[in-house]
Design a protein around this ligand. Structure first.
Ligand code: ADP
Ligand code: MG
Length: 248
């Protein structure tokens, strides 16, 4: 459903050209759970932004659900993005002056969803993400984990096919990070595609397919041989070798 071919992304910085992506080709099928790891500056966020239609490549083609989206106008791209993509970021990117509920509602307002339908979806999301008693709180009145749940609920409000998460646990303690991962993985269990950028090898190894980037290129693309379908990712059988957990 996602097919990138020969994607290049360069940034002009002063007199220099930074090659953030150097000819990346990648296919992602609906329902995949993929992690992207690699050193800082290797192009992970740039790739995620290209996949999520937040950024345009300088060269290459992008086919989404059988349609070439490379040549779409900004307005068309924004519409496709709203319909199909949900983003989750390390620093949540919530609007500080809006309540939890208003943050979650924002994409639906932008998409022109009628108020009654918005209310129905909001109530569902607030319940699903354990935020019903925090609906009127502003981000500064919420914990990091609650903020990330608001951000995930916002990402889910338009029923995206693809969730793109850039270091979603990077700003959370370990326990809260695990909770946020469980919430993200629910999307995948519901049939959605999950693409996760992370620095944390333990979190990266929960994915069923692991990409590694170096210097703007995908240098490894491997299925997670440890993953046992049908068992929760945190079960001992699904721990990567060498991880220090209860099973060791
Ligand atoms: P990662 O997420 O793996 O840390 P990025 O995708 O953010 O890497 O960045 C890849 C490279 O592109 C880096 O060298 C970074 O400095 C550069 N880069 C990313 N975004 C921009 C931008 N908007 N302007 C200039 N350079 C950028
Ligand atoms: Mg990054």
């Amino acid at each position: 459903m996602i097919r990138l071919t020969g994607i290049e992304r360069t940034f002009a910085v002063g007199d220099e050209m930074v090659h953030a992506l150097r000819g990346v080709s990648l296919e992602l099928a609906q329902g995949e759970y993929v992690s992207i790891m690699g050193p800082s500056g290797s192009g992970k966020s740039t790739l995620l932004n290209v996949i999520g239609l937040l950024d345009r490549p300088n060269a290459g083609t992008y086919e989404l659900d059988g349609r070439d989206v490379t040549g779409l106008s900004d307005d068309e791209l924004a519409r496709v993005r709203r319909e199909k993509m949900g983003f989750v970021f390390q620093f949540f990117h919530l609007v500080p002056r809006l309540s939890a509920e208003q943050n979650i509602e924002l994409p639906m307002v932008l998409a022109g969803i009628a108020p009654a339908e918005r209310r129905t979806r909001l109530d569902r999301l607030l319940t699903d993400y354990g935020l019903a008693d925090r609906a009127r709180h502003r981000p500064e009145q919420l914990s990091g984990g609650q903020c990330q749940r608001v951000a995930i609920a916002r990402a889910m409000s338009m029923g995206p096919h693809v969730i793109l998460a850039d270091e979603p646990t990077g700003n959370l303690d370990r326990h809260t990070g695990q909770e946020v991962m469980a919430v993200l993985e629910r999307l995948h269990q519901g049939g959605g595609t999950l693409v996760l950028v992370t620095h944390d090898p333990e979190i990266g190894s929960r994915a069923h397919r692991r990409l590694r980037m170096t210097d703007g290129a995908i240098v490894a693309d491997e299925p997670s041989s440890q993953f046992k379908p049908g068992l929760p990712p945190e079960s001992p059988a699904n721990r990567p070798p060498g991880s220090r957990g209860a099973a060791a």
